[in-house]
Design a protein around this ligand. Structure first.
Ligand SMILES: *Cc1c(COP(=O)(O)O)cnc(C)c1O
Length: 408
């Protein structure tokens, strides 16, 4: 009788403890889609709220000077951001994740690992903003950047010297949709003791996991597929290396390009549908690439899913599918014709950026890649009439009809 009483009392006390009775799950045993929804997140211990609260706070109360629960000041750490960092890390199969106020903020932190005199070899065909930051900001601090066609490993090797510290890869490249063999460069990086960084924005962790292929750091503009709804600017990076993570977290806290809790919440929410959105981006992308390829007015379509794409075999090896990013040129490649097509779409919005649920059409030479000098652009293949599409997740019939009427 007394025992029953004590048992009931024990139960009652337990039930009143914060977080009692709520299941905690270890994410490493689950697959991608389950992690996208649950990793890093537990029901709120005080209320049971299923969604991670937006901890809109700059500081945390301490019990006694220096005595706190791991949170002292929100530039260093915020619980909403921590949940997001854990979730993203799980999707890249990484030990550590760090979030930044933008993709450029994440890239900035990575380059700050270097010292004056250090050299970086980067993909020649890369995000215009990365090119601008490397050449217009970090070049002034004595860091030297070489932009090399990474299909040619011999050319990359030729640029490696004792000063080379980092390889910077983007694949698929933007906007030419070239594919670079991550595993091959991971091997070269190990051989030459270089850090291999992969900007994985275009593929998203659903299609490609660079750390599993031997990269040291994977970086994302979470503004794109991770957030997925064109409503937030955010960046992140992941690594398996404890020391690198410590250095990068130190830079993040010291330099301060951290995201706010509301933005962290938006990306955390966006991630929950990443796997489902990516499936549709890929199937819509394939249908549109094939439609454009068969269109009599279209000259060339750049999409890694075509068997005759020069790097199709590498794409098949390192990517799960081929994504929703497509570039193309018209047979009549005058600026007037290009503008006519771009102004004529109704479902595709004429805008920079990519990776959101809505379809976008963009002219790299004038919009996303205007900061790359014209000679450099033309050498890479970014002509004044090259059009880039970010295929969204609308109904495919509507998207194809929209392009059909715009191309005419
Ligand atoms: C958008 C983008 C970036 C920069 O990210 P922001 O979030 O805009 O700062 C970097 N790399 C690639 C490939 C991008 O598309």
């Amino acid at each position: 009788m007394l025992l029953t009483f004590y048992c009931l009392l024990f139960y009652y006390i337990c039930a009143c403890l914060p977080g009692a009775g709520l299941k905690k799950i270890s994410m490493s045993e689950y697959k991608f889609g389950t992690n996208a929804i649950h990793a890093g997140q537990e029901p709120d211990p005080t209320t049971g709220a299923i969604m991670t609260p937006i901890y809109q706070t700059s500081t945390y109360v301490q019990a006694s000077p220096g005595v706190h629960q791991g949170y002292a000041y929100a530039r260093g750490k915020n619980p909403t951001r921590v949940a997001l960092e854990k979730c993203i890390a799980s999707l890249e199969y990484a030990k550590h994740g760090l979030c930044f106020s933008s993709g450029m903020g994440a890239s900035d932190a990575i380059i700050k690992l270097l010292r004056p005199g250090d050299e970086v070899i980067a993909t020649d065909d890369l995000y215009g903003g990365s090119y601008r930051m490397f050449t217009k900001v970090f070049a002034h601090f004595g860091i030297v950047f070489h932009f090399v066609d990474m299909h040619d490993e011999a050319a990359v090797r030729k640029h490696i010297s004792a000063k080379t510290k980092m390889l910077w890869i983007e694949t698929p490249t933007n906007p030419m949709m070239k594919i670079i063999d991550i595993a091959a460069y991971a091997k070269l990086a190990k051989e030459k003791n270089l850090l291999l960084v992969v900007d994985n924005t275009f593929a998203s962790p659903y299609l490609q996991n660079p750390l599993n292929l031997g990269a040291d750091i994977v970086m994302h503009s979470a503004t794109k597929y991770l957030g997925g709804h064109s409503d937030v600017i955010m960046g992140c990076l992941c690594t398996n290396d404890d020391k690198l993570n410590e250095q990068l977290a130190f830079i993040a806290n010291s330099c301060g390009a951290v995201p706010g809790p509301m933005d962290s919440f938006l990306v955390l929410r966006g991630l929950k549908t990443l796997h489902v959105r990516m499936e549709r981006h890929c199937s819509n992308g394939a249908a549109i690439a094939n439609f454009l390829k068969s269109h009599p007015k279209v000259e060339k379509v750049y999409w890694p899913g075509f068997p005759d794409h020069p790097n199709h075999a590498v794409a098949k090896k390192q990517m799960k599918d081929f994504g929703g990013m497509i570039s193309f040129s018209m047979k009549n490649d005058t600026i007037e014709e290009t503008r006519r097509v771009m102004e004529g779409t109704k479902v595709f919005s004429l805008a920079e950026s990519l990776g959101g649920v809505e379809s976008l059409i963009n002219l790299p030479s004038v919009m996303t890649h205007a900061s790359v000098p014209k000679e450099e652009r033309e050498r890479i293949g970014i002509t004044d009439s090259l059009i880039r599409l970010s295929v969204g997740i609308e109904d495919i019939e509507d998207l194809i009809e929209d392009l059909r009427q715009a191309i005419g």
